[in-house]
Design a protein around this ligand. Structure first.
Ligand code: GLU
Length: 263
């Protein structure tokens, strides 16, 4: 059974390491390719909800800082500057393909509390009804705890649950979950399908990650666990070629797919 071919409502998560170059500046070619594919999937009838990191990273670069600030205030300031730039570029690129973007910045308390959670659910429904493409990030400027503890992998799974998505796709700089860390052992075998997330799955995910984002493979597997428990199929695929999204939705075996738990 191909879980992605029939998916209509899809949450796509993209991280800082995908959106930026080693220099910390935006990788415009990658962003353009990603926006083109997402626009096309939307044209084909999918509802796309994008969870995008990058605010702090882009802010660091725009403010010409040499590194990510260590203090919370510095990171809050970078997030405020970077989020603006990020949305400006997304809006411009999606606009070129005729799509309307909507910025949604969330904090943990918005989703933990029932009434606020319902409000957010209503807002998403309305935005999707209106044909807009919501772009979500943590509100890093005001949510101090989120800056310290937050990662957008978890956020993407929470959003997938709120919007009752059919699928969650996490784009990253590794082509999926491997038996070993592929950055240490390039021969490490890719695991194409995970039927059930066990302690072994978490163990092999530990310790792999990228340099510019917050989460590693472990937060992605945890996100997959959260989403699949809610019946949402999840994939971790390589973001270096956004056309991989087409391959996934065309039913090709690509990256690692985590099967939804049956009720
Ligand atoms: N929300 C953070 C940002 O936009 C990133 C969190 C993450 O990479 O998981 O910079």
């Amino acid at each position: 059974m191909n879980y992605f071919q029939n998916a209509k409502r899809v949450v796509v998560k993209v991280g800082t390491s995908t959106l930026t170059h080693e220099t910390g500046k935006l990788n415009l070619r990658r962003m353009r390719e990603l926006v083109r594919v997402l626009s096309d999937l939307k044209n084909a009838g999918c509802e796309i909800i994008l969870v995008s990191s990058g605010a702090i990273g882009v802010g660091v670069s725009k403010l010409k800082l040499e590194r990510r600030p260590h203090d919370i205030g510095g990171r809050q300031a970078c997030a405020a500057v970077g989020q603006c730039e990020l949305m400006y570029i997304y809006d411009k690129l999606f606009g070129e393909y005729g799509h309307v973007t909507a910025q949604v910045l969330l904090t943990r308390d918005c989703v933990d509390e029932h009434v606020r959670n319902m409000n957010i659910q209503n807002a998403f429904e309305r935005l999707l009804d209106l044909g807009a493409l919501p772009i979500i990030n943590e509100n890093d400027t005001v949510a101090v705890e989120e800056i310290v503890f937050g990662d957008n992998d978890t956020l993407s799974a929470i959003v997938a649950k709120i919007v009752q998505a059919d699928a969650l796709v996490i784009l990253t700089d590794i082509d999926g979950l491997h038996e070993e860390n592929p950055k240490i052992n390039p021969q490490a075998k890719l695991i194409p399908v995970v039927e059930e997330i066990t302690q072994h799955t978490r163990d092999i995910a530990g310790g792999t990650g990228s340099s510019r984002g917050t989460g590693g493979m472990i937060t992605k597997v945890e996100a997959a666990e959260l989403a699949t428990s809610a019946g949402i199929v999840t994939a971790i695929i390589d973001s270096s070629d956004p056309d991989n999204l087409y391959r996934l939705f065309d039913g090709e075996s690509i990256g690692t797919t985590f099967l939804p738990k049956r009720a």
